[in-house]
Design a protein around this ligand. Sequence first.
Ligand code: HEC
Length: 240
Amino acid sequence: MKTLLALVLAVFAPLALAAGAGPKLEASHTNIEDTASLQRGARLFVNYCMGCHSLGYLRYSRMAEDLGLSEEQVMQNLNFTGAKFGERMVSAMDPADATAWIGAAAPDLTLTARAKLGGPDWVYTYLKSFYADESRPLGWNNTVLPGASMPNPLWEMQGIQRAVYAGEGGQIDRLEVATPGSLSPEQFDQVARDITAFLQYAAEPSRLQRESVGVWVILFLAFFTLMAWLLKQEYWRDVH
Ligand code: HEC
């Protein structure tokens, strides 16, 4: 029993430490089977993020197929770079220009929702954690990625948050909206959730397919079990 306990501790304690070390993340509650949410997320992404970020491993055509959109819908509403339908979703921003203007190149986001510790919850909380900070070059900071070069792309919807400190010169206790945006906090949560869901999809497009194949696999196994059982009944009838 003691050895078992020690083993469990040895395995999980580092995980708990690793989880505790990062910023506190909010649950994103994304649902990548909600196609409407993915479609809204795609629209938000091309409008608010793709000026700087690419999804260099995702093709417009693949996105159209997976999100139930026609070639025409995608080319008219979701493609502003002049790329062809079969091409990858690459930002028009030159990384060198980005470094000159923002101070850093915007990383490719295709795999981000999978690569980050916390996954989608990290992306979701990051999008909600921008606050005004005069000491930063572009006037923005972020509690999930302190010192981030990215300015808040969604501030018109979210409003401008400011940091509330715990005591004099203390840590940031929480963020509060100082200047309201065009959306309510709940509506803005949905915006952040839709973008996160879309990035989660982009990180693993085959997951949609795999999950629908999974249902058929289970049905097949159930059917096969029934067949095997009937066959056994048949054989044993002769033996008895
Ligand atoms: C003005 C350019 C710009 C826009 C617009 C922009 N970003 Fe960024 N983003 C950046 C830069 C630059 C970084 C790198 C920040 C750093 O490391 O300091 C970044 C970092 C990130 C990261 C962290 C990536 C990592 O691997 O650490 C995520 C996630 C992200 N952006 C998501 C978004 C989303 C979603 C949008 C749209 C709602 C968006 N960004 C819009 C410039 C931008």
